[in-house]
Design a protein around this ligand. Structure first.
Ligand SMILES: [Zn+2]
Ligand SMILES: [Zn+2]
Length: 241
């Protein structure tokens, strides 16, 4: 599990037939107060937990799991992880938390066709993603995660409750699936997605000074070029109306 900075560790997604989201571990190791950002695809729970162990962290130090959003490639193995660290709280944006608590899984699958495929592929049943959420985020909060400050930014468009986490002192942005390396952005054709909202969210992120970009998939970027998010947003503008 590569170390990005003193307070950020990276668990690369293990893509196979379908993508598995990257996970990140935030917090100073000495704090014994770590946060896992995103879980991953169904079946990847052991891999994620094993990665945390191999990095020398005690599982007991993981106090919470914070979801950037609740698509299957991020929340698929949440229950597997919860089984191994049942004390960890679950935090996510209110809009997606409310859906999951009601047993509404439309955001998890994004579209009905995909749902049918996943039910076959993974043997998932209705109700597999009914979770109790301990803290519902709105955006605008500053979280103290293991001795480091992370600002929560609500960035809908890829999904309705997508959040970004921003560590201002070291200019680190965790944008979920809103923006990636190589001028790519998240898809905006799934349930709860919205092109113009995604455009607004990208413009919101473009205001931040970002040096390290830690997206949900593909490459992570250190030394992000100045104006990168703005340029990405402009390239996609014609499609985000
Ligand atoms: Zn997504
Ligand atoms: Zn994803």
């Amino acid at each position: 599990m590569p170390k990005i900075t003193e307070e950020v560790y990276y668990i690369p997604g293990q893509d196979e037939l379908m993508p598995d989201a990257h996970a990140y571990v935030l917090g100073k190791p000495s704090s014994q107060d770590l946060s896992l950002i995103d879980a991953g695809l169904t079946g990847k729970g052991n891999y994620k937990i094993q990665s945390v162990r191999e990095a020398g962290f005690e599982l007991a130090a993981i106090k919470r799991i914070i979801m950037t959003h609740t698509h299957l490639d991020h929340i698929g193995c949440l229950a597997e992880i919860q089984k191994q660290i049942p004390w960890a709280e679950l935090w996510m944006h209110q809009l997606e938390a409310d859906l999951l608590e009601q047993g509404d899984e439309r955001t998890v699958y994004g579209m009905d066709m995909f749902r049918g495929f996943c039910e076959k592929q993974f043997g998932l049943k209705k109700g597999a993603f009914k979770f109790k959420v301990n803290q519902k985020l709105k955006g605008g909060e500053t979280l103290d995660l293991g001795g480091t400050a992370w600002e929560v930014i609500h960035i809908p468009g890829h999904s309705m409750g997508s959040i970004g986490l921003y560590h201002r002192p070291k200019k680190i942005l965790i944008p979920g699936d809103v923006v990636y390396a190589d001028y790519a952005i998240g898809r905006f054709d799934l349930y709860g997605a919205n092109g113009p909202e995604l455009k607004q969210s990208l413009m919101r992120l473009a205001e931040l000074e970002v040096d390290i970009l830690l997206p949900g998939h593909n490459q992570i970027v250190k030394g992000l070029p100045k104006g990168y998010i703005l340029k990405t947003s402009r390239q996609w503008e014609p499609y985000l109306r």
